[in-house]
Design a protein around this ligand. Structure first.
Ligand SMILES: NC(=O)c1ccc[n+]([C@@H]2O[C@H](COP(=O)([O-])OP(=O)(O)OC[C@H]3O[C@@H](n4cnc5c(N)ncnc54)[C@H](O)[C@@H]3O)[C@@H](O)[C@H]2O)c1
Length: 330
């Protein structure tokens, strides 16, 4: 069973069909007709739309009839995603804008926002999804990696949000949704800088939500997924800013991207303020951290020790949580 939950607010639950997903084959699953109806005809700007969660979000939102702005750095990948959106929906060419964007290049964020407004005349939903993770031990990691993680995941998001929020305040309506992480709520070893950047986002948006109490129709939503199939491990930072990952393992034990995005769309449609999305045992961990932090700390340490052991054995930190890690052969 996996679910999306908001403590004390709302709960969307659906049995997991138990299927595992090949990370290279990502079939598009259309939503049930009622899920996402509230987003039909809305203008939704997705950052990080060229792969993983953002790409799948584009497909599922297109299927429910949302008009889309697709942003990431690689324009050709965005056009690929756009073509597929057009194939599986009744959207027309003018309904999907490809808008290349580098979250690190904050000087362009105002003009990018203006470009969306020029094309669609409004922005109903911003999904701050673009970001990168980290796989390295703190003691071995160049401090510049910590800088770029904050610049990208935190400041890039805060920057885009400011431009879009000014527009939403003017109209008195909108949703700013940010893909944070379980790592925004729980400490995650070998991803200390990533976890810090997601904790920063949690603190920022919690504060902003309260700052906006005079605007009840503007929803600040934070989305906290546990491990999900995507390119996130391939693209993770390591000990040095330019050193690529060399030990990416099988990702198929993680939550299927479609399932995670289905729950995100359901949450967005219902303006859910915080979504906890994960397979067990991660889903349980969210609740334990909320209600029994001492027990949660004990379990987190067990999982955390395994991550450190995996990394030191030359394995993907996420693999083999519950079995003995096999040493790398090559
Ligand atoms: N996959 C998971 O297990 C998981 C779990 C929790 C949270 N998340 C979060 O989900 C979000 C999406 O990640 P994903 O898992 O789909 O990974 P992904 O690597 O497949 O996708 C990340 C997206 O962000 C984009 N991006 C990276 N740097 C960028 C930059 N400088 N400017 C603009 N775009 C940039 C990439 O091009 C890509 O489109 C991230 O914020 C990530 O932290 C992922």
């Amino acid at each position: 069973m996996c679910c999306c939950a908001v403590p004390g607010l709302q709960r969307v639950n659906k049995p997991d069909n138990g299927q595992r997903q090949d990370p290279d084959v990502q079939p598009v699953r259309l939503l049930e007709p009622t899920v996402g109806v509230a987003l039909r005809q809305k203008v939704v700007w997705i950052t990080g739309a060229s792969s993983g969660i953002g790409e799948e979000l584009a497909y599922q939102l297109a299927a429910v009839g949302a008009r889309l702005v697709l942003s990431a750095r690689r324009e050709n990948e965005l056009h690929r995603v756009r073509r597929k959106c057009l194939e599986l929906s009744s959207l027309e060419e003018k309904d999907i804008l490809v808008l290349p964007l580098d979250l690190l290049d904050r000087s362009t964020h105002r003009e990018k926002t203006d470009a969306v407004l020029q094309h669609f005349g409004k922005i109903d939903v911003l999904v701050n999804n673009g970001g990168r993770s980290q796989r390295s031990l703190y003691v071995d990691t160049d401090i510049d990696v910590y800088g770029v993680l904050m610049e990208l995941n935190y400041l890039g998001t805060v920057s885009i949000t400011q431009h879009v929020l000014r527009h939403m305040i003017h109209h008195g309506d909108g949703i700013i949704a940010t893909v944070s992480s379980i790592a925004g709520l729980v400490g995650v070893p070998v991803a200390t800088g990533y976890s810090a950047s997601k904790h920063a986002l949690q603190g920022f948006f919690k504060s902003l939500r309260t700052e906006l109490t005079d605007y009840p129709n503007i929803t600040i939503s934070t989305i906290c997924p546990a491990p999900v199939v995507s390119q996130i491990v391939h693209n993770a930072f390591t000990e040095q800013v330019d050193k690529p990952m060399s030990n990416v393992g099988d990702q198929s034990h993680k939550m299927p991207t479609e399932r995670c995005v289905y729950l995100i769309v359901a949450g967005l449609s219902n303006r859910v303020k915080e979504m906890w999305i994960g397979q067990q045992p991660f889903l349980l961990l969210f609740y334990l951290w909320q209600y029994t932090p001492t027990l949660a700390s004990y379990i987190t340490n067990l999982l955390g020790r395994k991550r450190v052991q995996n990394l030191k054995a030359g394995l993907d930190a996420d693999t083999a949580y519950f079995t003995k890690p096999k040493a790398k052969t090559s």
